[in-house]
Design a protein around this ligand. Structure first.
Ligand SMILES: [Zn+2]
Length: 452
């Protein structure tokens, strides 16, 4: 069998496994599968993807030496800034046509934006593995789902027609709610939709839960709630559990790999999605963190070939877990997810805004921003710090400032400052959007508890 055919066969096999929500039979089987898939991925990246081809050549890294997961450390780690600074075409495999790929723009959860591209099959495969995690929480195929997140970009290239068809056929019942809507509106939509499974950004759903508690609204009774994207604190979990009288689970995900880990319903630690992603938790010197120790996350996505992520530093901090979960699952564990903290900004004019409102304006008006931080200093003052890819002109700065000021309104001042670089180590980087007025994350030691 040719290498191309073997690769295509493997991709179809993994898509089928994902759709069946199958889990590995044993750790040995899982390890063999990971080694095999990693070999194919690294060989592909090193020969077919200009970014990795150049980088490995420059670092003297020999991809053929990577026979399995234990050889991964032979390859250099890449950061978001490395990917941002090169031509987007160089991140794609030779022959991949960007016009035919699904696009996902990161919301800038680490303060750095990146456009991620996948084939339709890759997108569906990762999506199916996400459902597998929900199924482990107790979700069933016929459930009504409500998803509270940012709406997909128009023209993202994804086949929304398929979703519509599945919805009409009653095979897929999903209510999509805009995370940037007011909590009252989201709550009203949930009352109307009566979801069996509620999923969404942790910070947003927690705010909707507090709204439900304030209103005495008890008609939203999902069988389970799955929260993702932002770090889930003990207080947020308590509010959601009380408001919706149900079990709450955490899921750790990113745009690059979709689900990375999900909470074990029995033990409260997180299972890592070992058949879709290799999760490394590293100390500052690059060695592996021991169980209980926190470290920076480096991910290798085993199902992304159009735009590979191999030893990719995502910008999050995790607490390393044990290699086996006491529940008997074949998956390894992490103990906690630290540092995806987005504060709402309570403004002087009485509005409370999600910082993504500002992040979106930043994304639309300032593609020259490489990295940013937003800090609400007072109810009437927001500060934007940015690190530029290339120095903006006065007109560009003005265009950005006008957009942000129009949104913030006359009661809130905006200060904009350029910085050379942000602290790239440790937790400081994780507070990308921070309010000094009110924060769910104050006094939580910057960490979520995996266990309940
Ligand atoms: Zn477990």
């Amino acid at each position: 069998m040719s290498a191309d055919l073997a690769l295509a066969t493997d991709r179809l096999r993994s898509a089928a496994a994902a759709l069946a929500w199958s889990t590995p039979a044993s750790r040995d089987a899982l390890d063999r599968q990971r080694d095999d898939r990693l070999r194919r991925l690294v060989a592909h990246a090193a020969t077919r993807v200009p970014f990795y081809r150049d980088r490995y050549a420059r670092h003297g890294a020999d991809a053929s030496q990577v026979r399995g997961v234990t050889d991964l450390e032979r390859l250099p780690i890449v950061g978001k800034a490395d990917l941002q600074s090169c031509d987007e075409r160089d991140l794609l495999a030779d022959g991949a046509d960007p016009a035919r790929l699904v696009e996902r723009r990161t919301t800038g959860s680490t303060g750095q934006r990146l456009c991620i591209r996948r084939t339709w099959l890759e997108e569906r495969t990762l999506g199916a593995y996400r459902w597998r995690a929900l199924a482990s929480f107790g979700a069933r195929r016929r459930d009504r789902f409500a998803e509270v997140e940012e709406p997909l970009d128009a023209g993202s290239g994804d086949a929304t027609g398929l979703h519509a068809w599945l919805q009409r056929a009653g095979l897929y019942r999903q209510q999509r709610l805009d995370a940037l809507d007011e909590p009252e509106a989201i709550l009203a939509a949930l009352v109307a939709g009566q979801p069996d499974v509620l999923s969404g950004y942790a910070g947003v759903v927690a705010r909707v839960a507090r709204e439900a508690l304030a209103q005495g609204e008890t008609r939203v009774r999902p069988r389970l709630v799955a929260l993702h994207s932002d770090t889930l604190t003990t207080q947020m979990r308590a509010a959601v559990t009380e408001a919706f009288a149900t079990r709450v689970f955490a899921l750790y995900d990113c745009n690059e790999c979709n689900v990375v880990a999900w909470e074990c319903p029995e033990t409260g630690v997180f299972h890592t999605s070992d058949d879709t992603v290799i999760v490394e938790v590293l100390r500052p010197d690059g060695s592996a963190a021991a169980p209980g120790e926190s470290g920076e996350v480096v991910l290798t996505s085993l199902h992304s070939f159009a735009m590979p992520f191999v030893r990719y530093r995502i910008g999050d901090v995790l607490v390393q877990g044990d290699p086996h979960c006491t529940c008997g699952s074949a998956f390894a564990t992490i103990r906690a997810v630290q540092g995806r903290m987005f504060d709402y900004f309570p403004l002087a004019d009485g509005r409370t805004i999600h910082p993504y409102e500002l992040v979106n304006i930043l994304g639309e008006r300032a593609p020259w921003v490489a990295e940013y931080r937003l800090v609400q200093e007072r109810r009437d003052l927001v500060r934007l710090s940015y690190c530029a890819r290339e120095s903006p002109t006065e007109a560009q700065l003005d265009h950005l400032g006008t957009g942000l000021r129009d949104f913030l309104g006359p009661a809130v001042a905006l200060e904009v400052e350029a910085v050379d670089a942000f602290d790239s180590e440790g937790r400081a980087k994780t507070r990308v959007c921070r309010s000094r007025v009110a924060s769910d994350y104050d006094g939580t030691d910057d960490a979520s508890e995996g266990s309940r």
